[in-house]
Ligand binder design. Structure first.
Ligand SMILES: [Ca+2]
Length: 542
């Protein structure tokens, strides 16, 4: 019976691998179509062309990257690169300083005469500079012809293509980390066990949020007969306070008004004042932690640990999943849930931060490389279905096993005897957790490792994805001149706005001063920047 089961699983496994193989490299170079036997008339000892890169002999390329502090192994020890070498005929010599030393190493390398073939983490701002200096290759055509797997993600998530396109409409880099799902962050995180005790539903709009906070304040959900609950706290008094302004159809900084498709600057809009007045009322009613102006990750965690924090905003991993696993053994019944994006006054569901389909780092091929085509095919392998399994799940029967035709993490990764998280265990074999190598953060793997409440709220937020994409601006490319103007004006504006808003929300400042505040912001030339952003955003949408 055992033998039989094994036989079936092997069969399923073989079918799965075959299915994957069919997805890899749909457009091999012409000379690579004959892979298993040498064509008649040629020397039988001549090596076959590699089916992925077309290389008949192994080459070694150089790659400058960085090592993240959380990675347990340098890339040269990671099994995925050894397997990739076998499958592609490309070996890699990594130049991998620690992330903290990368900037220094990078400036030495860029100033030297000996550039590596690939730089995997070039700062975005440097891409146009090295493109015009012809230090890095243009990748528009090479992506189109040689990178079908990356291309399918660019087609599925238009933000990826728009995000890597330069001001001239051409592409000079590829994203370092692509998500095959949409990654959200900073939802309102609530003590779900308190909601159950207080018999209140998940809030759907800003009035529900107010009522939920009031119930937490007055209902003694921690059961110590003291009114010590803090309905809302956070690790800062800026992003995680002003995030509630989206309920009033506005947000901090520049955004697109979905009703008019015009760029707006939050502070100048009437909805912004309403939102700040609402936050002030919540503060005056004792619903917001009065210590927020000096809050930090440590103060947030301390209040959650004391069983007095009712809700907060924060990271999906840290302030959501990690808090759950940290405090469920210490606080009886402790359970956190995420609130899907609440409805705004304009009927849209607007989140304050743009969801991600890629990270902000960029990979480039230098003009010093003799193998740009082969390298593009090699990098594209990491974006194939087979590459997704390799980079996320690792090595079959070691880090994962096939179950019902699907890869499942083995105990070695999912249940480390030393108690390290599966996300950390992935760094023993793959660069997937960091941003040091171009590859795909694969939902099939992420959903297995993630806290299931996190998966649930992410999926719920994703229903209104387009509302937020229309509203929150992406990272727009600007000319050097525009960038300088933005830096100079916004440096002054941000300092003034931060100080003044803190006094309106926490410092008892009278709202009769609001018009004067807005007039002062206008005097700082912020309206000039609205035009700059409008132009860049119109260009982005083309
Ligand atoms: Ca209490």
């Amino acid at each position: 019976m055992r033998k039989l089961t094994k036989g079936i699983s092997l069969l399923l496994c073989a079918a799965f691998v075959f299915m994957l193989a069919a997805c890899v490299n749909p457009t091999p170079a012409p000379e690579t179509t004959q892979t298993t036997s040498a064509p008649a008339g040629t020397d039988a000892t001549e090596p076959a062309a590699n089916p992925i890169t077309g290389l008949k002999e192994k080459i070694t390329i150089t790659v400058l990257t960085q090592k993240e502090a959380t990675e347990l192994e340098p890339f040269e020890n990671m099994e995925v690169f050894k397997i990739m070498e076998e499958r592609t005929n490309i070996a890699v010599k990594f130049d991998q300083p620690a992330k903290t030393n990368f900037a220094e190493r990078y400036s030495i390398v860029m100033a030297s005469k000996e550039l590596p073939d690939v730089i995997t983490v070039m700062p975005i701002g440097d891409v146009p500079k090295y493109a015009s200096a012809k230090t890095i290759i243009e990748m528009t055509d090479i992506i189109d012809k040689e990178m079908p797997n990356l291309s399918r993600y660019m087609a599925e998530f238009p933000d990826i293509k728009a995000g890597i396109r330069g001001l001239d409409g051409k592409i000079y880099s590829i994203p370092t980390k692509v998500y095959d799902y949409t990654e959200w962050n900073n939802p309102i995180i609530v003590r779900g066990d308190w909601l159950e005790k207080l018999k209140i539903d998940m809030p759907k709009n800003i009035d529900d949020v107010y009522n939920m906070w009031m119930a937490i304040k007055n209902g003694d959900p921690n059961g110590n007969k003291e009114k010590d609950e803090i309905p809302y706290t956070a690790r800062d008094a800026k992003e995680r306070i002003r995030s509630f302004l989206t309920a009033f159809g506005v947000k901090d900084g520049f955004y697109n008004d979905p009703a008019t498709n015009k760029i707006k600057f939050g502070v100048l809009e009437p909805g912004y004042k309403q939102g700040i007045e609402w936050l002030r009322k919540c503060h005056d009613d004792g619903l917001i932690d009065p210590d927020l102006p000096s809050a930090s990750e440590a103060t947030l965690q301390a209040k959650v640990a004391q069983d007095i924090a009712g809700s907060w905003r924060g990271g999906m991993r840290g302030n959501f999943a990690t808090y759950q696993s940290t405090f469920e053994d210490k606080i009886p019944g402790f359970k956190v849930v995420g609130v899907p994006t609440i409805e705004s006054v304009n009927g849209k569901h607007l989140h304050h931060a743009r969801p991600k389909n890629m990270e902000g780092t960029r990979t480039v091929i230098t003009t010093a490389s003799k193998y740009p085509t082969e390298i593009a095919r090699w990098m594209d392998y990491a974006f194939s279905d087979e590459g997704n399994i390799l980079f996320n799940f690792g090595i079959e029967n070691e880090t994962f096993v096939m179950k019902d035709g699907k890869p499942v993490f083995s105990d070695a990764i999912a249940n480390d005897p030393e108690g390290r998280s599966p996300f950390i265990m992935q760094t023993t074999f793959s660069p997937i957790s960091g941003v040091g190598f171009p590859c795909v953060y694969y939902s099939e793997a992420v959903n297995q490792l993630e806290n299931q409440e996190v998966v649930a709220v992410r999926n719920a937020m994703d229903k209104y994805r387009q509302d937020t994409l229309d509203f929150v601006l992406p990272d727009l490319p600007f000319t050097n001149e525009d960038n300088a103007q933005i830096r100079s004006i916004m440096g002054e504006v941000n300092t003034y706005v931060d100080e003044t808003l803190a006094s309106f929300i926490f410092g008892g400042e009278s709202f009769s001063k609001w018009d004067e505040f807005v007039a002062n912001v206008k005097k700082m030339d912020v309206e000039k920047l609205i035009d700059v952003y409008q132009k860049a955003y119109d260009n982005y949408k083309k």
